[in-house]
Design a protein around this ligand. Structure first.
Ligand code: FES
Length: 155
């Protein structure tokens, strides 16, 4: 099951995996935090599929494109963490350019502008996950917009 409306987000890696992410934990311009969506009732991740991994970043809201602004909460944006080229996890962050970097084949995505592709072989933007803030925490406000991961071959 993909992230659902009302899900909370927990850290997927680092020294505190499973910790709930608060808006205050995310600083403008910092590298992405990789997260899982959890069911707020059971506190369990929706499913362990890598395709459910999400990345979170925060920016000055004034620097976001109009579309990204509609999906962001207090400047926090969320996207699928899975590259649309060959499904590596998008772990790189080029701080100077403020773009996401996929280490597998060098695709670049601009998270302030709808995660559009700005370099490399990725065929389309990362899927977006709209957010809202509740009790100081980012919460899923809408299902993924766009396809997660690779394009399926057409028959
Ligand atoms: S898997 Fe990301 S660029 Fe190829």
């Amino acid at each position: 099951m993909r992230p659902q409306i009302g899900d909370l987000l927990v850290r997927a890696e680092g020294d505190k995996p499973g910790t709930l992410i608060a808006a205050a934990d995310l600083k403008p311009g910092d590298a992405q935090v990789i997260a899982w969506a959890i069911d707020p009732k059971t506190k369990l991740p929706r499913d362990g599929s890598r395709l459910n991994q999400v990345l979170l970043l925060r920016f000055d809201p004034a620097t976001l494109s109009p579309l990204t602004k509609t999906r962001a909460a207090d400047g926090i944006v969320a996207y699928s963490a899975i590259c649309t080229h060959a499904q590596c996890t998008v772990t790189g962050w080029l701080k100077d350019r403020q773009v996401l970097h996929c280490p597998c084949h060098e695709s670049l995505y601009d998270p302030r502008h709808d995660a559009k592709v700005v370099g490399g072989p990725a065929p389309r933007p990362l899927a977006a996950l709209p957010l809202k803030i509740a009790d100081g925490k980012p919460e899923v406000a809408h299902l993924f917009i766009g396809k997660v991961g690779m394009t399926q071959p057409t028959m």
